[in-house]
Design a protein around this ligand. Structure first.
Ligand code: PLP
Length: 375
């Protein structure tokens, strides 16, 4: 099979270094490596192997089907399924020894029935909404949920968690308030929970900026993939330590053209040349996650120089102004994300142009293009 001109390179060395930095910050806490969404576009199986080798104690996925793939690839650590349970996935949870995150009472009795039938005890992690305002049970529901599970055969509460909405913002009080709320909710039921029950709250933001929230387990995602939760990698080092970008996205110039001033370029002629322009055609567009709303904003690297895209980004084509690059040739590499020579374009920078966050940029590029693993 021939290679694609559009390459997403994943550095396994950078993944490893990022995991090590997270492990250092985690101290005694275990690490649930969050590998949902195909490891934020980096490839779930490949990333999980690196993290498992480096000492990830647990893994987190959105859906049971992802957990099945991890098990089939030989991952033996506990795997948490964050989406919640519905009847169709219950046999899968048992068969592949996946740990469901329990959000409410629904299906608890059915879980118990099947556990008893299989003559095993299934561990459950319960999610409290302690201020995220999204998934989970309320403070009021939580004690009853614990009591109900404790009264059912074949089930055991082995963990309790909550999630944080603003841990990427060091200046916000939200994280410390939710941490306090989480602890106060737990205080009421501590005696009903087994001594080995594990508590977790911290995502990347909390791990980097609110270290007191580490508890028994931490759940980093974006930091493993090289982006500082609070902003750009360079601008925002954690205690003098910097995460390494993992993903690099590149393509090639497939055509070079000399264009007269006053020429409209691409759909809608949203750009009209103002000088003799050397135009490079690059074979990717919104189908590759290089979204149309990057039109008129995005810059790319060619021969180590930052140059602007021109006109509308279309489905599979993007135009670049290479007038100022001496010696430019068809076949030259174009870097959309990552380093070329001394220059770099970060996921956070692209996210700013796209009016989104680095997470979305990584998912789009990584999940819509062919990935290549490099050391
Ligand atoms: C995705 C996710 C995380 C990881 O968050 P990052 O900001 O990427 O570190 C942690 N916890 C839960 C519940 C998540 O869904």
């Amino acid at each position: 099979m021939s290679a694609s001109l559009n390459r997403v390179e994943i550095s396994t060395e950078a993944l490893r270094d990022n995991f090590r930095l997270c492990r250092q910050l985690a101290g005694d806490a275990g690490i649930i490596a969050m590998v949902k969404a195909d490891a934020y576009g980096h490839g779930m199986l490949e990333c999980a192997q690196v993290f498992a080798h480096e000492g990830a104690t647990d893994f987190g996925v959105a859906e049971a089907i992802e957990g099945v793939k991890l098990r089939q690839a030989g991952i033996e650590q506990p795997i948490y399924v964050f989406t919640g349970i519905y009847p169709e996935i219950i046999p899968t949870l048992f068969e592949f020894e996946l740990t469901p995150i329990i959000l409410n009472r629904r299906n608890i009795r059915e879980l118990s029935r099947q556990a008893v039938q299989r003559n095993i005890t299934m561990g459950l992690h319960l999610k409290i909404d302690a201020g995220m305002g999204r998934q989970g049970c309320s403070k009021e529901e939580f004690p009853d949920l614990v009591a109900e599970i404790n009264n059912l055969a074949g089930l055991e509460v082995t963990g309790v968690l909550a999630h944080l909405p603003m841990s990427d913002d060091r200046a916000s009080n939200s994280t410390t308030e939710i941490f306090a709320e989480f602890n106060s909710i737990l205080d009421g039921v501590r005696r009903q929970l087994a001594p080995g029950c594990r508590y977790h709250l911290a995502n990347s933001g909390a791990l980097f900026y609110f270290s007191t929230t580490r508890l028994d387990l931490v759940r980093p995602g974006i930091s493993l993939y090289g982006c500082h939760p609070g902003g750009d990698c360079q601008a925002d080092p954690a205690e003098g330590q910097t995460l390494r970008p993992v993903m690099r996205f590149s393509s090639r110039i497939t055509q070079l053209r000399d264009i007269m001033p006053g020429t409209g370029l691409g759909y809608g002629h949203s750009y009209i040349t103002t000088r003799n322009t050397k135009l490079a055609v690059v074979p990717l567009g919104y189908a590759n996650g290089y979204l149309r709303n990057l039109s008129g904003k995005a810059q790319v690297l060619v021969r180590g120089q930052k140059v602007p895209t021109l006109g509308r980004i279309s489905m599979n084509l993007t135009l670049v102004d290479v007038t100022d690059i001496a010696e430019v040739q068809e076949g030259d590499e174009v870097v959309l994300l990552g380093k070329q020579g001394k220059q770099e374009i970060t996921a956070t920078e692209i996210a700013t142009w796209m009016n989104t966050i680095s997470y979305e940029v990584l998912c789009l590029f990584g999940n819509l293009n062919k990935r290549y693993y490099v050391e």
